[in-house]
Write a protein that binds this ligand. Sequence first.
Ligand SMILES: NC(=O)c1ccc[n+]([C@@H]2O[C@H](COP(=O)([O-])OP(=O)(O)OC[C@H]3O[C@@H](n4cnc5c(N)ncnc54)[C@H](O)[C@@H]3O)[C@@H](O)[C@H]2O)c1
Length: 290
Amino acid sequence: MREFGGKTAVVTGAASGVGRALGRRFGQAGMRVVLADVESAALERTTAELRSEGLDVTGVVTDVTRYDSVTALARHTFDTYGAVHLLCNNAGVGTNELHTMLWQSAASDWRWVLAVNVWGVLHGIKAFVPTMLEHGEEGHVVNTSSGNGGLFPLPMTPIYATSKAAVTTISEVLHYQLQMVGAKLKASVLFPGPHTVNTNIFQSARNRPAEFAPESTPAPAPTLEDLRAMMESAGRAFQVTQPGEVAEYTLAALRRDQFWIVPPSAESDARVRERMESILARRDPVLHLW
Ligand SMILES: NC(=O)c1ccc[n+]([C@@H]2O[C@H](COP(=O)([O-])OP(=O)(O)OC[C@H]3O[C@@H](n4cnc5c(N)ncnc54)[C@H](O)[C@@H]3O)[C@@H](O)[C@H]2O)c1
């Protein structure tokens, strides 16, 4: 996508963190932005805040785990604006499972995280892409993955890592399939970072629906300071990325129609290389806790 002015973007998980920053940046680039989120009070606040900055945004309460909710979002957006040029399937959650063994993991945690992180992305693709293809205009679908799982898994967060591996694979398949049908529509996969992004992801439980209620009392949400202590005790430096930085490099990558929206990081690149080389050499992968 070269031109953003006057075009329409939809961002899920837009009331907070990375989604809010994407909505703001797309609005600043002249887009009309539909902010979708399950947390209505936060969505109202974000919509009002971005409007007060002079941006053309509207908020639509949407639960990405429910296909009927995402199709209602699509219907509303197409009816209001005629077309959608940029769809960001960004809503995502994590449990506070910082030390979960697979064999002790809770089914309700799997169901919730996969419902938001994987089904949410699929629902977005199924509800929007057919009409975006029919319109035949240039456009972009961006799915938010994570370095954790999307590039290489961190062993202590198996559920989140598994969900993000799926998001990367769905995005790659979408990229190939859009080419197979000769579409002007492109796909990208976004990796927020390169460090922990300063968002509310560790408070994800605030939006956990009753149907996915935890089986036992969940671990308390770690603060950034807890994460810092954990990483430093493992001999690793702890740094933070601001959501605005993620939005900035996302917009720049979209201008280049770039599929892999991965921020520069020598550390992450070395891990990806090590993983790929272990596959090619049929060598066992090496354990890294972080
Ligand atoms: N924060 C990080 O370090 C980091 C790193 C890599 C990837 N990510 C990914 O970035 C994306 C955004 O997360 P964030 O860090 O901004 O967290 P965040 O908690 O600040 O924002 C996530 C938003 O998603 C919304 N949401 C949750 N469940 C939803 C549902 N069922 N339907 C619609 N919206 C729902 C929340 O209400 C919230 O507004 C996620 O996909 C996350 O996995 C974050």
